[in-house]
Design a protein around this ligand. Structure first.
Ligand code: EPZ
Length: 422
């Protein structure tokens, strides 16, 4: 299992290019199953999760061709298998997103239940509620969600009980080939939903209101081929900005979109960073200063994203003052706290959803272990700011969501080495 060895204490300086968004590329790849013609997706990030999704599309019988620039061409004309097996879904929950497309296009499908994961139980009841409203017969048998559609899905009004990104995406995909109009209320407004809606429309779907809590989808008979470019990764962007802020650095991130990061940039400014935003770049300057502590409460978009919570816990760990961090989206997303404390942080958990961080003057290197994707990067942030050499174990979690992490960090002047243990 690979580990990352980071020698901390150097402010991050320089520029780098932000990758395409993992959380937009995954649903978009799932949506390629809806098309009757080949579809080409550009700017897909080179990540384990994307490889898993491509493997799943192949397993369903789609032809997938990948070029060296990570342009993915998917030809889903002749699907041969409508079952997404447990082995694939258990390694990545987003595999469940193929269910909506398969039901709409093929009229039946079987997808393994994703089960729990490190950050909480993460049920899929809202996805199922949406499919049932569109007329699919859904049963859960032997750990698989089995869906059948008589004739064709029918448009319906779906009111989600909780704001769910994956649920909104899955039902949007299904509704795009349904007969009649579907309205999704209490829909998620995340930019990745907007990207998916734009992609569906590029294939000939009629989606409107994406990016607001009410999405309307007029079903069409079929979807055609198109070329589409995935949006920039706002979480990768925010993560490198936090890493720069925590080390007192100065970075410019290119090929990104500052308009997607309002809540995160506000918090970084509150922490004392100078931030400039251009059309497709963001520059952050901390000028060697220590950050000030900032309270954070996670909320659905446009609120502060849960996927940036762990990184802000790390930032607060070396900040001046005390901060309260409240996690409202996932029930168990503070696994990084214990590991950060191993590096000398002073963080207490008030309960499962609240952490109190008292900033310390200095963090000190220690061996630590990554527990989930974003939690792993909070350890990287802390290690970059700490004195000495930190060894981070189980970094396969990082490789699921951060493209070429050591190269990118080295580009910013960090001393980082991957240690492969056999
Ligand atoms: C997406 O997960 C992202 N994953 C997550 O990113 C992100 O943290 C999350 O949205 C929230 O922004 C992808 O896009 C691939 P949800 P998703 O459905 O869709 C509850 C990362 O690190 N819920 O919006 O699975 C659920 O338990 C990952 O990149 C139900 O109760 O999240 C959670 O508490 C991690 N029933 C809340 O809703 C359902 O049917 C939000 O989950 C569905 C969800």
């Amino acid at each position: 299992m690979d580990k990352l060895l980071i020698s901390g204490g150097t402010p991050l300086e320089g520029s780098l290019r932000i990758s395409g968004a993992k959380n937009a590329a995954l649903p978009i790849l799932a949506a390629t199953l809806l098309a009757d013609e080949p579809v080409t997706i550009g700017n897909a990030p080179h990540l384990h999760d994307i490889t898993t999704m491509i493997g799943l599309l192949g397993c369903l019988g789609a032809g997938v061709v990948l070029d060296e620039k990570m342009c993915v061409e998917v030809d889903a004309r002749n699907l041969t298998n409508l079952r997404a097996p447990y082995d694939m879904v258990k390694t990545m929950r987003a595999s469940f997103l193929v269910l909506g497309s398969l039901l709409a296009r093929c009229g039946r499908a079987e997808v393994s239940l994703p089960g729990g994961c490190a950050i909480g139980s993460r049920p899929v009841d809202q996805h199922i509620k949406g499919f049932a409203a569109l007329g699919a017969q859904i049963e859960v048998v032997d750990g698989y969600v089995r869906g059948r559609v008589k004739d064709r899905l029918r448009g319906a009004a779906v009111q989600f009980d909780v704001v769910t990104v994956g649920g909104t995406e899955n039902v949007m995909m299904a509704a795009s080939l349904a007969r009649g109009v579907t309205t999704l209320s209490n829909a998620a407004c995340e930019p990745e939903i907007v990207d998916l809606g734009n992609f569906l429309n590029a294939m000939g779907a009629r989606v409107s209101g994406h990016g607001t809590p009410v999405i309307t989808i007029e079903g069409v008979e079929s979807l055609h081929g198109c070329r589409f470019r995935v949006m920039p990764d706002r979480v990768e962007t925010g993560t490198y900005l936090v890493a720069a802020a925590a080390t007192g650095g100065h970075v410019r991130l290119n090929a990104t979109d500052g308009s997607l990061l309002g809540a995160v940039l506000d918090k970084l400014r509150e922490a004392g960073a100078d931030i400039d935003v251009g059309e497709d770049w963001i520059e952050l300057d901390m000028r060697g200063r220590r950050p000030r502590a900032v309270d954070v409460e996670t909320q659905p978009y446009p609120g502060f994203p849960t996927d940036m919570q762990a990184q802000f816990v790390a930032l607060n760990a070396i900040a001046e003052g005390r901060a309260r961090i409240t996690e409202t989206i996932f029930e168990n997303r503070f696994m990084h706290v214990q590991e950060l404390n191993r590096l000398g942080a002073n963080i207490g958990l008030v309960d499962r959803s609240t952490a109190l961080v008292s900033g310390v003057d200095k963090l000190k290197a220690a061996p630590v272990m990554a527990t989930d994707l974003r939690a792993s990067f909070s350890l990287v942030v802390a290690a970059l700011a700490a004195e000495g050499e930190t060894l981070i174990d189980r970094i396969y979690h990082i490789d699921r969501g951060y493209e070429t992490i050591e190269e990118k960090l080295r580009q910013l002047g960090a001393s980082v080495r991957r240690v492969s243990a056999r």
